[in-house]
Design a binder for this molecule. Sequence first.
Ligand code: NAG
Length: 396
Amino acid sequence: MSNFKSIVSLQFFFFSSISLLLLIPSCLAYNVVSFGAKGDGKTDSTAPFLRAWMSACSSTSPSNVYVPKGTYLIRSVTFTGPCRSRIEFRIDGTIVAPVDYNVIGSSNFWILFYKVSRLSIYGGTIDAKGHSFWSCRRSGHSCPPGARSITLLWCDNVVVSGLKSLNSQIMNMAIDYSSHVRVEKIRIRSPSGSPNTDGIHIENSRDITITDSIIQTGDDCISIGTGSMNMWIQKIGCGPGHGISVGSLANSLNEAGVQNITVANSVFTKTQNGVRVKSWARPSDSYAKNLIFRNLVMRNVGYPILIDQNYCPDSNCPHQNSGVKVSQVTYKNIQGTSSTQQAIKLDCSQTNPCSGITLQDIKLTFVDPRLKRQALTYCKNAQGTHRGTVIPRSCF
Ligand SMILES: *[C@@H]1O[C@H](CO)[C@@H](O)[C@H](O)[C@H]1NC(C)=O
């Protein structure tokens, strides 16, 4: 009798677990296809994506927006929070922008998450198809401002994992006014000649980690702008691109600074710069402090170690003294080759000299030994110390 009872209760337990398992996903997964999205690459699926988002976002228990395999055409879309519970966006398919670049290009954003917290985005490929937009910009015609591919604006507690971003019109990914964001295992690819296609741009944000990612693009692989602190960047493959940058700073007179940034264990291949701090040559109360760059490999990199306080990418630049104070910057264990002779270039402000710069265990040589050129250190208005072996010779 007791045996029979236990079998019954076991069976009950077994079947109720199964029904629970079946129940949970069917209740809480919001598949964009059941909201009318079509994975044929040509039907506009913007409205179905939004409807799936709004259903998930208003759910009181954790929910999941699911994008199955297929190619989904999406115009500019804003996924707005706050949501009532944790949300996961799981993408097995590819999301593409319309062929006419004006459709997303005039709205600054393509895929925007706004005021969302407790969000995870897993997988997926997003392709902004920026080629005709870049041609417009190169031709000098008047073009729309362009759209960032994916943006987190006023978001917190976010994970972006395994996303692939291709051919963004301008920045591939932007993180602005956000905190506690973890970006990992992402892949970014825009051609080296595509203008202003930064990989990941961060501004006014804190506690951001970016790890285990490969970024190939036409501008900075990662750029860390005004008002950013507590960044942890590690295991990045960068190149082609302009390197990993703090800045540009001194965009305006009153500007929040950048502090506590670590870039570690990364490889730069044929990039214009390695690790760079850049500021415009104009007055500003901005600053960059407590920066650590360590365990980096440079392969055929233009300016592997660069502080540029006379930043001037084109002819339209201010030529005053930069008000930005750069201090407490450590470069440690940086090895490889430079494609210019200025392997270490510290071009600091005359009115605000760089201070507390540490060069430790550096070995950078000129890329082509047959040309018999030496890699050099160039320092202006920079103060600091060196430790261990520093090649080319430290200027401190
Ligand atoms: C600096 O940033 C790291 C995260 O990158 C954080 O763990 C650490 O606590 C921060 N340090 C300070 C002094 O805020």
